[in-house]
Ligand binder design. Structure first.
Ligand SMILES: Cc1cc2nc3c(=O)[nH]c(=O)nc-3n(C[C@H](O)[C@H](O)[C@H](O)COP(=O)(O)OP(=O)(O)OC[C@H]3O[C@@H](n4cnc5c(N)ncnc54)[C@H](O)[C@@H]3O)c2cc1C
Ligand code: FES
Length: 252
């Protein structure tokens, strides 16, 4: 059920340059949210529009969020302190499907956030992509308690394999058996992951980001084209079957 919560900030720490881990006390939201869903955060009274952020964890009645400070809203959020109250609307959107068996979580950058929540709920391995060592180290620590295997790529080769998620993925898919792939990150990466999944005849779900206003399906500002016509990312998504947004058929 979608509700607004006045959640107490438990911590709001910088875990890498400009990347913050925000933990709030919100037991009802934690209990009623699914992996892949997001919240709309009211930054302060100076901001009319809330900002959408993915739910990255729901352990122990706490909701965990990771965000990159990229603009006015997220910069201001980074100055909020433990003990203050944050108004949160959620849980929003549909969430990832439960495919059963072991899945692969493949993501890049801040796209790892909703995948971390999926790692909490499903049996999974993870493929983490980032630009540099500093951008993947904290994700490695976050995923470690929740997954069996961790694969890592960095664009600059400063940690583990050099290259992109899509460079390493064929090797992983040749060696492992998964029931599905869940992906989130830059669109070009998700498109590549979806193509490789289709080649292996694996179901693949992607998480889409669009600038949002209401977050509730009322304003149409987040519409995208899909095989099934126009869809709202906030209400019909943000999780979509890759074939519906990128086209392409799996072999049945
Ligand atoms: C469903 C959903 C889940 C998201 N989850 C996360 C998350 O877990 N962690 C995280 O760091 N970010 C996430 N985002 C992106 C986040 O909402 C934006 O970065 C944030 O709203 C920017 O607000 P701002 O006021 O700081 O930036 P603004 O001053 O509004 O804009 C600064 C820059 O950020 C870009 N930007 C703004 N909104 C978006 C957006 N929706 N998608 C991509 N770029 C945007 C702008 O193009 C601009 O370049 C998510 C977005 C959506 C739609
Ligand atoms: S943000 Fe208003 S319809 Fe999606």
């Amino acid at each position: 059920m979608v509700k607004t919560f006045n959640a107490k900030i438990l911590s709001n720490e910088e875990v890498a340059e400009k990347i913050f881990r925000l933990t709030v006390d919100a037991p009802e939201l934690a209990e009623n949210s699914r992996a892949g869903q997001f919240v709309q955060v009211k930054i302060s009274d100076d901001f009319t529009l809330r900002r959408p952020l993915g739910i990255a964890g729901t352990d122990g009645g706490k909701v965990k969020i990771f965000y990159r400070a990229v603009g006015r809203g997220t910069e201001k959020l980074s100055a909020r302190r433990a003990g203050e109250t944050l108004n949160i609307l959620g849980a929003l959107g549909n969430g990832y499907s439960d495919f059963g068996g072991k899945i692969l979580l493949a993501g890049g950058g801040m796209g790892m956030a909703p995948l971390l929540c999926a790692a909490e709920k499903f049996s999974a391995d993870v493929l983490i992509g980032g630009r540099t060592r500093g951008e993947v180290l904290f994700w490695q620590e976050e995923f470690r308690p929740h997954v069996e295997k961790i694969f890592i790529t960095t664009d600059d080769g400063s940690y583990h394999k050099k290259g992109f998620v899509t460079d390493f993925l064929p090797e992983i898919l040749a060696a492992e058996n998964y029931s599905a792939i869940l992906t989130c990150g830059p669109e070009i990466m998700m498109r590549g992951v979806a193509r490789l999944a289709a080649e292996k005849n694996l179901p693949c779900e992607v998480s889409f980001e669009k600038r949002m206003a209401c977050g509730l399906g009322a304003c149409l500002s987040c519409s995208i084209d899909t095989v099934d016509g126009r869809k709202k990312v906030c209400k019909d998504g943000p999780i979509f079957d890759a074939r519906k947004v990128f086209g392409g058929e799996r072999r049945e």
